[in-house]
Design a protein. Structure first.
Lengths: 115, 113
Protein backbone atom coordinates (compact mmCIF):
# COMPACT_ATOMS: atom_id res chain seq x y z
CA UNK A 1 0.00 0.00 0.00
CA UNK A 2 1.05 3.54 -0.59
CA UNK A 3 2.22 5.71 2.24
CA UNK A 4 3.54 9.23 2.58
CA UNK A 5 5.99 10.34 5.25
CA UNK A 6 6.54 13.87 6.38
CA UNK A 7 9.29 13.71 8.94
CA UNK A 8 9.06 17.29 10.17
CA UNK A 9 6.01 17.73 12.36
CA UNK A 10 6.64 21.34 13.29
CA UNK A 11 9.09 23.75 11.74
CA UNK A 12 9.77 27.21 13.13
CA UNK A 13 11.59 29.77 11.01
CA UNK A 14 12.23 33.48 10.97
CA UNK A 15 11.04 35.63 8.11
CA UNK A 16 13.34 35.56 5.08
CA UNK A 17 14.77 32.19 6.04
CA UNK A 18 14.84 29.44 3.45
CA UNK A 19 12.44 26.55 3.74
CA UNK A 20 12.65 22.90 2.86
CA UNK A 21 9.99 20.43 3.96
CA UNK A 22 10.67 16.76 3.44
CA UNK A 23 8.30 14.27 1.85
CA UNK A 24 8.92 10.63 1.02
CA UNK A 25 6.49 8.15 -0.46
CA UNK A 26 6.52 4.41 -0.63
CA UNK A 27 4.98 3.50 -3.99
CA UNK A 28 7.44 2.37 -6.65
CA UNK A 29 5.37 2.84 -9.78
CA UNK A 30 4.21 5.92 -11.62
CA UNK A 31 2.96 8.51 -9.20
CA UNK A 32 1.23 11.84 -9.15
CA UNK A 33 2.51 14.06 -6.36
CA UNK A 34 0.96 17.05 -4.64
CA UNK A 35 1.61 19.64 -2.00
CA UNK A 36 -1.40 21.20 -0.31
CA UNK A 37 -1.46 24.09 2.15
CA UNK A 38 -3.97 24.72 4.91
CA UNK A 39 -3.93 28.23 6.38
CA UNK A 40 -5.25 28.56 9.94
CA UNK A 41 -8.96 27.90 10.03
CA UNK A 42 -9.21 27.30 6.31
CA UNK A 43 -9.53 24.37 3.93
CA UNK A 44 -6.79 22.68 1.98
CA UNK A 45 -5.62 24.37 -1.20
CA UNK A 46 -3.30 23.04 -3.87
CA UNK A 47 0.19 24.56 -3.88
CA UNK A 48 1.64 22.54 -6.72
CA UNK A 49 1.55 19.16 -8.39
CA UNK A 50 3.77 16.87 -10.39
CA UNK A 51 2.56 14.37 -12.96
CA UNK A 52 5.42 14.08 -15.43
CA UNK A 53 8.09 16.08 -17.21
CA UNK A 54 10.43 18.52 -15.53
CA UNK A 55 11.02 17.21 -12.00
CA UNK A 56 11.32 20.75 -10.67
CA UNK A 57 7.81 22.04 -10.27
CA UNK A 58 6.91 25.63 -9.54
CA UNK A 59 3.73 26.45 -7.67
CA UNK A 60 1.94 29.44 -6.29
CA UNK A 61 3.37 31.98 -3.85
CA UNK A 62 6.99 31.24 -4.74
CA UNK A 63 6.95 27.60 -3.70
CA UNK A 64 8.64 24.86 -5.68
CA UNK A 65 9.19 21.14 -5.27
CA UNK A 66 11.64 18.69 -6.72
CA UNK A 67 10.74 15.12 -7.61
CA UNK A 68 13.69 12.77 -7.12
CA UNK A 69 12.55 9.36 -8.25
CA UNK A 70 15.61 7.51 -6.97
CA UNK A 71 14.97 8.83 -3.49
CA UNK A 72 11.16 8.56 -3.59
CA UNK A 73 11.11 12.15 -2.48
CA UNK A 74 9.17 15.29 -3.32
CA UNK A 75 10.51 18.02 -1.05
CA UNK A 76 8.93 21.44 -0.89
CA UNK A 77 11.11 24.55 -0.96
CA UNK A 78 10.87 28.29 -0.76
CA UNK A 79 13.95 30.54 -0.80
CA UNK A 80 12.56 33.21 1.53
CA UNK A 81 9.52 32.67 3.73
CA UNK A 82 7.07 35.30 4.88
CA UNK A 83 4.94 35.52 7.98
CA UNK A 84 1.91 34.78 5.81
CA UNK A 85 3.34 31.34 5.01
CA UNK A 86 2.39 30.22 8.50
CA UNK A 87 0.21 27.18 7.78
CA UNK A 88 0.13 23.42 7.69
CA UNK A 89 1.59 21.73 4.63
CA UNK A 90 0.53 18.34 3.37
CA UNK A 91 2.34 16.16 0.90
CA UNK A 92 0.14 13.71 -1.01
CA UNK A 93 0.56 10.95 -3.55
CA UNK A 94 -1.63 9.10 -6.00
CA UNK A 95 -0.50 5.97 -7.73
CA UNK A 96 -1.32 2.39 -8.46
CA UNK A 97 -4.29 0.75 -10.08
CA UNK A 98 -5.91 -0.31 -6.83
CA UNK A 99 -6.11 3.24 -5.60
CA UNK A 100 -6.19 5.10 -8.86
CA UNK A 101 -8.75 7.60 -7.68
CA UNK A 102 -7.48 8.20 -4.19
CA UNK A 103 -4.89 10.60 -2.93
CA UNK A 104 -2.99 9.56 0.17
CA UNK A 105 -2.04 12.45 2.43
CA UNK A 106 0.91 12.70 4.75
CA UNK A 107 0.46 13.67 8.38
CA UNK A 108 1.32 17.29 7.66
CA UNK A 109 4.04 19.72 8.73
CA UNK A 110 3.10 22.76 10.73
CA UNK A 111 5.14 25.79 9.70
CA UNK A 112 5.38 28.73 12.08
CA UNK A 113 7.08 31.91 10.90
CA UNK A 114 8.39 34.39 13.44
CA UNK A 115 7.91 37.99 12.28
CA UNK B 1 -17.86 28.38 -9.93
CA UNK B 2 -18.69 28.57 -6.23
CA UNK B 3 -16.39 25.71 -5.33
CA UNK B 4 -17.29 22.86 -3.02
CA UNK B 5 -20.02 23.88 -0.60
CA UNK B 6 -20.48 22.33 2.81
CA UNK B 7 -23.09 22.87 5.46
CA UNK B 8 -23.30 23.52 8.26
CA UNK B 9 -19.94 25.17 8.93
CA UNK B 10 -20.20 24.47 12.63
CA UNK B 11 -22.27 21.90 14.47
CA UNK B 12 -22.50 21.39 18.19
CA UNK B 13 -24.56 18.48 19.40
CA UNK B 14 -24.95 16.20 22.34
CA UNK B 15 -23.81 12.63 22.53
CA UNK B 16 -26.37 10.25 21.10
CA UNK B 17 -27.86 12.71 18.66
CA UNK B 18 -27.93 12.20 14.91
CA UNK B 19 -25.71 14.49 12.87
CA UNK B 20 -25.99 15.09 9.13
CA UNK B 21 -23.29 16.87 7.17
CA UNK B 22 -23.94 18.06 3.65
CA UNK B 23 -21.80 18.62 0.60
CA UNK B 24 -22.32 20.02 -2.87
CA UNK B 25 -19.40 19.22 -5.19
CA UNK B 26 -18.20 21.36 -8.04
CA UNK B 27 -20.49 20.92 -11.01
CA UNK B 28 -19.17 18.31 -13.42
CA UNK B 29 -16.85 16.65 -10.94
CA UNK B 30 -17.57 12.93 -10.91
CA UNK B 31 -15.54 12.11 -7.79
CA UNK B 32 -16.52 13.10 -4.29
CA UNK B 33 -14.50 12.43 -1.15
CA UNK B 34 -15.26 12.72 2.55
CA UNK B 35 -12.35 13.30 4.95
CA UNK B 36 -12.04 13.71 8.68
CA UNK B 37 -9.30 15.81 10.24
CA UNK B 38 -8.22 15.57 13.87
CA UNK B 39 -5.09 16.53 15.72
CA UNK B 40 -4.39 12.93 16.65
CA UNK B 41 -5.04 11.22 13.31
CA UNK B 42 -4.48 13.97 10.78
CA UNK B 43 -6.45 13.84 7.54
CA UNK B 44 -8.28 10.55 7.01
CA UNK B 45 -10.22 9.50 3.92
CA UNK B 46 -13.57 8.11 5.03
CA UNK B 47 -15.28 7.27 1.75
CA UNK B 48 -15.36 8.31 -1.88
CA UNK B 49 -17.91 8.18 -4.67
CA UNK B 50 -17.64 7.98 -8.43
CA UNK B 51 -20.73 8.96 -10.40
CA UNK B 52 -22.79 8.82 -7.19
CA UNK B 53 -21.70 5.24 -6.43
CA UNK B 54 -19.65 4.52 -3.28
CA UNK B 55 -16.34 3.04 -4.41
CA UNK B 56 -14.30 2.70 -1.24
CA UNK B 57 -15.72 3.03 2.25
CA UNK B 58 -12.87 1.29 4.03
CA UNK B 59 -12.10 4.44 5.99
CA UNK B 60 -15.52 4.70 7.58
CA UNK B 61 -14.76 4.14 11.25
CA UNK B 62 -17.83 2.12 12.23
CA UNK B 63 -21.46 1.42 11.49
CA UNK B 64 -22.52 4.64 13.12
CA UNK B 65 -21.21 6.42 10.04
CA UNK B 66 -23.02 6.33 6.72
CA UNK B 67 -22.74 8.33 3.52
CA UNK B 68 -25.00 8.75 0.55
CA UNK B 69 -24.93 10.52 -2.77
CA UNK B 70 -28.46 10.57 -4.18
CA UNK B 71 -27.47 12.70 -7.17
CA UNK B 72 -24.45 14.32 -8.76
CA UNK B 73 -24.83 17.56 -6.84
CA UNK B 74 -25.42 16.40 -3.30
CA UNK B 75 -23.92 14.10 -0.70
CA UNK B 76 -24.50 13.54 3.00
CA UNK B 77 -22.42 12.07 5.78
CA UNK B 78 -24.50 10.91 8.72
CA UNK B 79 -23.41 9.92 12.20
CA UNK B 80 -25.98 8.14 14.32
CA UNK B 81 -25.59 8.08 17.27
CA UNK B 82 -22.82 10.62 17.66
CA UNK B 83 -20.09 10.30 20.29
CA UNK B 84 -17.59 12.81 21.69
CA UNK B 85 -14.73 11.08 19.86
CA UNK B 86 -16.42 12.01 16.56
CA UNK B 87 -15.53 15.64 17.21
CA UNK B 88 -13.42 16.74 14.26
CA UNK B 89 -13.44 18.83 11.12
CA UNK B 90 -15.09 16.99 8.24
CA UNK B 91 -14.06 17.99 4.74
CA UNK B 92 -15.70 17.19 1.46
CA UNK B 93 -13.65 17.33 -1.73
CA UNK B 94 -14.37 16.75 -5.37
CA UNK B 95 -12.30 16.10 -8.46
CA UNK B 96 -12.83 15.92 -12.19
CA UNK B 97 -10.19 13.37 -13.04
CA UNK B 98 -9.32 10.37 -10.86
CA UNK B 99 -6.05 10.81 -9.05
CA UNK B 100 -5.83 14.46 -10.01
CA UNK B 101 -6.25 17.60 -7.96
CA UNK B 102 -9.00 17.53 -5.37
CA UNK B 103 -10.87 20.69 -4.50
CA UNK B 104 -11.78 20.96 -0.84
CA UNK B 105 -14.77 22.55 0.78
CA UNK B 106 -14.49 24.81 3.83
CA UNK B 107 -15.24 21.95 6.20
CA UNK B 108 -17.73 21.34 8.99
CA UNK B 109 -16.40 21.63 12.51
CA UNK B 110 -18.31 19.10 14.58
CA UNK B 111 -18.33 19.16 18.35
CA UNK B 112 -20.08 16.38 20.22
CA UNK B 113 -20.58 17.11 23.88
Amino acid sequence: AQSVSQHNHHVILSEAASLELGCNYSYGGTVNLFWYVQYPGQHLQLLLKYFSGDPLVKGIKGFEAEFIKSKFSFNLRKPSVQWSDTAEYFCAVNGGYSSASKIIFGSGTRLSIRP
Amino acid sequence: DAGVIQSPRHEVTEMGQEVTLRCKPISGHDYLFWYRQTMMRGLELLIYFNNNVPIDDSGMPEDRFSAKMPNASFSTLKIQPSEPRDSAVYFCASSLIPGNEQFFGPGTRLTVL
